[in-house]
Design a protein around this ligand. Structure first.
Ligand SMILES: CC(C)(COP(=O)(O)OP(=O)(O)OC[C@H]1O[C@@H](n2cnc3c(N)ncnc32)[C@H](O)[C@@H]1OP(=O)(O)O)[C@@H](O)C(=O)NCCC(=O)NCCS
Length: 147
């Protein structure tokens, strides 16, 4: 399978929203994603694409010398094939080249797949936000990676 990673363009929004809606119960609206990806000066989004479609995305905010990962998702049909790894590794490379010093994110305490992915790339658990997710009352694990 030929997969490319590149910066999100306006034509990618439908594909990103399709995955977002299919993945998260508390998904971002089409309008919120549009604002975040294309109108927010500190945001940076990458997409993973085949020739036919967007199959994954990752987004962050560049805040001072930190990269705050906002979201990552891969189309269900393409999970466990290394696409999430490709996206995360690409974002780490971009952040390093942009002079960013550290990266951070929040993840649901029971999201084992995501926790494993982040740990594989050197993110370490450091802190919790109690009952951060309103739908399940799960805690958020805060993770950091020094670059
Ligand atoms: C988390 C997510 C982005 C991972 O994407 P992916 O393309 O499936 O990830 P990869 O195939 O690159 O796997 C990366 C690592 O994650 C872990 N992993 C992924 N799926 C796993 C599974 N089903 N079981 C165990 N570990 C898993 C493994 O450590 C894997 O590394 P390895 O294959 O070298 O052992 C994907 O599962 C997803 O979209 N989940 C729903 C959205 C989500 O939870 N986002 C995170 C919000 S914080």
């Amino acid at each position: 399978m030929n997969v490319s990673i590149r910066r999100a363009e306006i034509d990618d929004l439908d594909g990103i929203f399709r995955i977002e809606k299919d993945t998260f119960t508390d998904y971002w609206s089409y309008e919120s994603l549009y604002e975040d990806i294309y109108k927010t000066s500190i945001s940076y989004y990458l997409v993973a694409c085949t020739k036919e479609a967007v199959i994954g995305y990752i987004g962050m905010w560049h805040v001072l010398d930190e990269s705050h990962i906002m979201n990552i998702a891969v189309d269900r049909e393409y999970r466990h094939l290394g696409i999430g790894s490709l996206l995360l590794a690409s974002l780490i490379d971009y952040s390093r080249n942009a002079g960013i010093k550290r990266m951070t994110l929040e993840v649901r305490e029971h999201n084992d797949n995501a926790l494993k992915l982040y740990e594989k790339y050197g993110f370490e658990r450091n802190g919790k936000r109690k009952e951060y997710y309103r739908d399940t009352k799960e805690d958020a694990i805060i993770m950091w990676k020094e670059l």
